[in-house]
Design a protein around this ligand. Structure first.
Ligand code: DOR
Ligand code: ZN
Ligand code: ZN
Length: 391
């Protein structure tokens, strides 16, 4: 097959360390099939499916099923994420060894949605994970500081009368977990870094030689809490949208390598759970189909990142962090063709009905995106061409 690629940029297939696919349990909002289609359209060849499903992916039966279903769909490599604690309750460690040894070969564990907030549980989890050679990803949120919080703590939340989520809720856990990882000789990955302070803490930890990595979402790179003035629930997300000083710090940290990669935190929700009073809206927004264009808008266009850098933050670094040998590689003779073709000159408008995701909760409706994802190849098979998914 000949793919028209005039003027295209060729990149290694994108790897998303943080995707919510909602299967099992909320197949009305996303399935492994619909989420895989969204991933293919976004240029992804591998996604990590978060464990906060129903039932929770805290055992090998669930993680193996997620893996097998992903293989059957065949559009993207779906890697199950295992829960760190049973039921995401933050108390009893899950059987991480069973999940790692199962068919799903779980290599990433996270209680995302919840934070492993008990320091003793986190310490034991880091020791256990180190023994297994797997990685823990932490949703950094000190829950005693976020009771009732729905928006970033700052002038906007005050003006709008919304309960605030302080930066310290995130940063205190980032600092603590860096120190716990240091003492355990463990690796730790920080989910969705959202504040300038988190950037400084990770910079510090890396300078100490601590094995810490971190991701940032497209929405935290682009959006600020000023959008909340319409009280539109589509802008509610955890951690919350912050301020311009934070987005600026996140952008330059991604460019200079203090932050390692972009991860979508793709979080599908039913519209009745998003279009309601702001404080009642579920947190989370779609991310897979708009991630690359937002990276182009926030980093490539202003000259902070070149296409080599895009390959690094969207593919090479995330693949290296979880140790995927056949992803994130420079395209070379004889290597499996996991790749994405990008048209840097094609602009397109976000129309929720056009998305492949089963949900519609994008905050970008009507926005013009600055780059098209022309094609995606998974091990040489075209999974998406011109936005059309090849099932
Ligand atoms: O906004 C969020 N949505 N943050 C999370 O941590 C969980 C996620 C979800 O599952 O919807
Ligand atoms: Zn999270
Ligand atoms: Zn998440």
């Amino acid at each position: 097959e000949v793919i028209e690629g005039g003027g295209a940029v060729v990149l290694p297939g994108f790897v998303d360390l943080h995707t919510h696919l909602r299967e099992p349990g909320r197949e009305d909002t996303e399935t492994i099939a619909t989420g895989s289609a969204a991933a293919a359209r976004g240029g992804y060849t591998a996604v990590f499916a978060m464990a906060n499903t129903d039932p929770v992916a805290d055992n090998a039966t669930v993680t193996d099923n997620v893996y097998r279903t992903g293989r059957e769909v065949g559009l993207v490599d779906v890697h199950p994420v295992g829960a760190v604690t049973v039921g995401l309750q933050g108390r009893q460690l899950a059987e991480m060894g069973m999940m790692a040894a199962g068919a799903g070969r779980v290599r990433l564990f996270s209680d995302d949605g919840n934070c492993v907030d008990d320091p003793l549980v986190m310490r034991r989890a880091l020791e256990y994970a180190t023994g297994l050679g797997v990685l823990i990803a932490q949703h950094a949120e000190e829950p005693r500081l976020t009771v009732g919080a729905v928006a970033h703590e700052g002038p906007t939340a005050t003006r709008l009368g919304l309960a605030g989520w302080p930066r310290a809720a995130e940063e205190s856990i980032v600092a603590r977990d860096a120190l716990l990882a240091r003492d355990a000789g463990a690796r730790i990955h920080i989910c969705h870094a959202s504040t300038a302070g988190t950037v400084e803490l990770i910079r510090w930890a890396k300078a100490q030689g601590i094995s810490i990595t971190a991701e940032v979402t497209p929405h935290h790179l682009l959006l600020t809490d000023e959008r909340l003035s319409t009280y539109d629930g589509l802008n509610r997300v955890n951690p919350p949208l912050r301020e311009a000083s934070d987005t600026e710090a996140l952008r330059s940290a991604l460019a200079d390598g203090v932050l390692d990669c972009v991860a979508t935190d793709h979080a599908p929700h039913a519209m009745q759970d998003k279009c309601c009073e702001f404080a009642a809206a579920r947190p989370g927004m779609l991310g897979l189909e708009t991630a690359l264009p937002i990276v182009v808008a926030t980093l490539v266009a202003p000259g902070l990142l070149d296409w080599r850098g895009v390959a690094r933050v969207m593919s090479e670094r995330p693949a290296a962090i979880v140790g995927l040998p056949d992803q994130g590689r420079p395209i070379a003779v004889g290597e499996p063709a996991n790749l994405t073709l990008v048209d840097p000159d094609r602009t397109w408008e976000v129309v929720p009905e056009d998305l492949a995701s089963r949900s519609r909760n994008t905050p970008y409706t009507g926005m013009t995106m600055p780059a098209g994802i022309t094609a995606t190849l998974l091990r040489g098979r075209v999974t998406q061409l011109g936005g059309e998914v090849r099932w």
